[in-house]
Ligand binder design. Structure first.
Ligand SMILES: [Zn+2]
Length: 142
């Protein structure tokens, strides 16, 4: 049996019902108020009933519809256009392969070694300069 969509005016909501084709155009009882609801054209691309400005479906599970996908929360904060935080999960940081991690560690070790060497060289230069200063006092100091 195909699924058809019906619209309940008092509830201002859409629901789906499995019915055989002969019954399809007959009104279907609303799952909320049991009122007669008329069949409507599929709303997949144009939900026209809203809750808090978002498409709503009945039975109302308290969920919202975002670009045809069911979500628990409406978009409230700033998001990129046509995205929803529940649907477009941020991409996880890429996991490094064992070899890549080893290469990165090696690079960091090399960087640290280079920094230590640079600092040792600088200290040596300062000491050499100080020794030169001590053994050759400027003429003004004499
Ligand atoms: Zn109803």
């Amino acid at each position: 049996m195909p699924v058809y969509e019906y619209y309940c005016d008092p509830c201002n909501g859409i629901f789906e019902a499995l019915r055989n084709m002969r019954q399809a155009s007959e009104p279907s009882p609303c799952p909320v108020c049991n009122g007669e609801s008329q069949r409507i054209m599929p709303t997949s691309f144009s939900a026209f009933t809203f809750r808090d400005g978002y498409p709503r479906r009945i039975p109302d599970k308290g969920t919202y519809w975002h670009l045809g996908r069911e979500v628990k929360n409406p978009v409230t904060g700033a998001v990129r256009p046509n995205e929803h935080p529940e649907i477009n999960k941020p991409e996880p940081a890429p996991t490094l392969l064992k070899g890549d991690a080893e290469v990165q560690r090696e690079q960091r070790r090399e960087q640290a070694k280079a920094m230590v060497a640079e600092e040792t060289e600088r200290q040596a230069a300062i000491q050499a300069y100080e020794r030169r200063q001590a053994s050759n006092p400027k003429p003004a100091d004499v």
